[in-house]
Design a protein around this ligand. Structure first.
Ligand SMILES: Cc1cc2nc3c(=O)[nH]c(=O)nc-3n(C[C@H](O)[C@H](O)[C@H](O)COP(=O)(O)O)c2cc1C
Length: 186
């Protein structure tokens, strides 16, 4: 089978990571794949923040914990109370994608960048998982306050994030695809 198609079909979300960091070259390739995603009118409206610094990962994790504890959402509150709480599945690399509110299609642009990064990670033998909570956390005052320190430009909103690292366990095969979700008209 075509290698690219095989990669798309075999990629699965990884939710357990080894502690060792990915190589600088692999990080570069994953980020480059994100930057080469299609975007509306080629605006490339994303701003991608890759965090590998342990202190910053800890700071982000604690920020997520604070927001989860006050979320009023039971499953978030329970998760945040756990001693081993880690909103990134302990991945050593956490990549957040923000996009320019003024762009034509910021959410679509950012989502495609995330998709490319997940596929690039798989192609490099790494695991990845889309993590949605960045949307919630960075729309609260606590998250907003961190944006400057992370180098996120004014007027950019969160789209999603990706955990990346070496897989700590084999990923399962894909669930069967839902029937009836495609129409082909010839
Ligand atoms: C928009 C979006 C948000 C997601 N958010 C999360 C998340 O917060 N946590 C998580 O573990 N997985 C998250 N996922 C991963 C999905 O659960 C996963 O892609 C889906 O179950 C299919 O599994 P697969 O990726 O292994 O094929 C998200 C995926 C998408 C596209």
């Amino acid at each position: 089978m075509n290698e690219t198609i095989q990669n798309i079909l075999s990629r699965r979300s990884t939710r357990a990571y080894k502690p060792e960091q990915i190589t600088a070259e692999d990080l570069h390739l994953v980020l480059e794949a994100g930057q080469y995603a299609p975007s509306a009118a080629n605006q490339q409206s994303w701003h991608i923040v890759a965090v590998q610094n342990k202190d910053m990962l800890k700071k982000l994790s604690e920020t997520f914990r604070t927001v989860y504890l006050k979320s009023g959402i039971q499953r978030f509150e329970e998760a945040a109370k756990a001693d081993d709480f880690n909103p990134f599945y302990n991945a050593p690399t956490y990549i957040m994608v923000f996009a320019d509110d003024k762009a034509i299609a910021p959410t679509h642009d950012g989502s495609l960048a995330i998709g490319n990064m997940l596929l690039a990670a798989e192609a490099l033998g790494l695991g990845g998982c889309w993590l949605h909570a960045v949307n919630f956390v960075f729309k609260t005052p606590v998250g907003e306050a961190l944006k400057g320190e992370l180098g996120i430009p004014e007027g950019y909103s969160p789209v999603g994030a990706v955990a990346i690292g070496y897989k700590a366990a084999e990923t399962a095969t894909a669930a069967p695809r839902r029937e009836g979700t495609v129409t082909v008209i010839k």
